[in-house]
Design a protein around this ligand. Structure first.
Ligand SMILES: Nc1ncnc2c1ncn2[C@@H]1O[C@H](COP(=O)(O)OP(=O)(O)OP(=O)(O)O)[C@@H](O)[C@H]1O
Ligand SMILES: [Mg+2]
Length: 310
């Protein structure tokens, strides 16, 4: 049985004439990692501010563990932890003092909770240093520790991979997976880079200009990537080869280094190779490649903005 930890119903937000969020509806379940992926200005932070009760929606409701953020604010909010884009930390205090301070603002957070979140953050040996001496990644980890103080059922992170190095991203991924699997926490994570969260999420929503364009399980997405196979042909003059294929066969062609990448159409393959050879091009080899999820994501955005492209 899955519990709904977040439910968004008919949510809209306008600033004056400008509609920023447009009739959003979706749910996040306990133990699920939900990725909300969209480019700059799509409305991700606005949505997160509304879920956290920092901004009022124009229409619609947000329920956290079945409690309305609009009508039962305190009870609803007691079930979430939020890591915002720039987490507010006091740089003149140590990491531990920051956590103690934030704990004092919350009901029922104990000393054990503080020790628990320090362990999760991996900051053990630096927790008594002043935050002003922390690196960016360490501040992010302290922000996460702070958000976990009340042992939330729903953890919300706004672009947490921004500014982290590769190791930082891998570590964060590991921590979040453990929290979802062991603590059955629902995790809502926003990002503008699908490839940074694709190994993390169970479900993804592709979001742009205030609307969800697609919502799928990550498995569906990955199968789609595998299904969208393409030929990669290595050739001595890829530019020229690309033009020949585009003009003669009307196909979408992509250039990558010494290769042309074309749609996977086995029935046309021999003819294409023939055409290239007749123009004295040398073919070094062909491989079949899957489309990356980032490519599919960008295609979805392009298609919705400019109409179908192929
Ligand atoms: N307080 C505000 N007043 C007016 N417009 C706002 C306000 N806050 C956000 N907006 C507008 O709402 C839109 C969405 O902004 P938002 O910060 O939610 O995007 P985002 O998806 O978080 O982008 P980014 O990836 O850059 O963080 C933008 O056009 C922004 O200008
Ligand atoms: Mg933002």
């Amino acid at each position: 049985m899955s519990d709904k930890v977040l439910e968004i119903k008919g949510l809209e937000k306008s600033y004056g004439e400008r509609r920023v969020l447009n009739n959003l509806n979706f749910e996040v379940y306990a133990g699920e990692i939900f990725g909300f992926i969209g480019p700059n200005g799509a409305g991700k932070s606005t949505l997160i501010r509304i879920i956290s009760g920092l901004t009022q929606p124009s229409y619609g409701e947000v329920y956290i563990c079945g409690l309305s953020v609009q009508k039962q604010f305190e009870k609803a909010i007691s079930n979430i932890g939020v890591v915002m884009e720039n987490c507010q930390l006091y740089s003149y205090m140590t990491g531990r003092q920051n956590l103690q301070y934030f704990a004092s603002l919350l009901k029922s957070v104990t000393k054990d909770d503080i020790e628990r979140v320090i362990k999760i953050s991996g900051l053990d040996n630096r927790i008594d240093d002043k935050v002003r001496n922390y690196s960016f990644g360490m501040k992010q980890r302290l922000g996460l520790a702070q958000a976990l103080l009340n042992n939330p059922k729903l953890l919300i992170l706004d672009e947490p991979t921004n500014g982290l190095d590769v190791n930082g991203v891998i570590e964060l991924r590991r921590t979040l997976k453990i929290l979802a699997a062991k603590n059955n926490m629902g995790i809502f994570i926003s990002s503008h880079i699908l490839s940074e969260v694709e190994q993390l999420c169970d479900t993804v929503a592709i979001f742009d200009r205030g609307s969800i364009l697609e919502m799928r399980t990550m498995d569906d997405f990955q199968n789609d990537g595998k299904a969208q196979k393409r030929f990669r042909i290595r050739v001595d003059y890829p530019n020229y080869a690309g033009k020949v294929i585009a003009l003669k066969h009307g196909l979408d062609v992509e250039l990558a280094g010494n290769s042309v990448i074309i749609p996977y159409l086995p029935e046309l393959y021999d003819k294409i190779i023939d055409d290239l050879r007749r123009r004295n091009l040398t073919i070094y080899g062909t491989t079949v490649v899957s489309k990356s999820l980032e490519d599919i994501y960008l295609d979805i955005l392009k298609e919705r903005r400019y109409g179908r492209i192929s």
